[in-house]
Design a protein around this ligand. Sequence first.
Ligand SMILES: [Cu+2]
Length: 204
Amino acid sequence: MKAPQHSPSGSSLRRGSYLAGLIVVATILFAFAAVAFSYFVVFGSTKFQTLPEGVYIVRLSEYEISSEPEPIIVKAGEPVILQIVNEGTVEHELMFVADLGMMANMIKTNAMKLAEQNPDLSEEDIIAMIDEIHDEMIENMMKAFQGKVDGDLMIELEPGERKTVTYTFYQPGVYTIACFELEGTFPSPHAENGMFNQVIVVQG
Ligand SMILES: [Cu+2]
């Protein structure tokens, strides 16, 4: 009786499938590494970066203001850097406001009144008119922060735009930041739809 022999063709077939398996595993590993690397390249600058102390990323979107890290806690008298980015699809702002409810109500009331008085005007026209009133209100509001904050109290950003601003807060307390743009939520401002946050200033 002849001992069973491995046929040469069977052996090379096994070698072939072993090689194919290796290639599949290597391809999967390579693809995984490539995806991880490109994710890091795209989002690494903001998602995985360890931010230095006193630096915050502030994200504006429809319709919220979020920060990283959260919450924004700063020491009085020490400069803090806000890297503000508009990740939304409409213009947004970051504005320091002394009285959020009053400001939101004032904008909404004005928007409704203007729309009622000018039925022929488009929503964009009314928003442009509100922008002018808005600017006057900002000037008055700035006075409330005199001597308390050093830095730009009103930042406007187009979709995709980012700005880096340095602030120094001199008085401990809770400062409200909000967006009062109207696009998409007319006649109520974005703030009334949840687009606000706080900067907490503690004793240095
Ligand atoms: Cu907004």
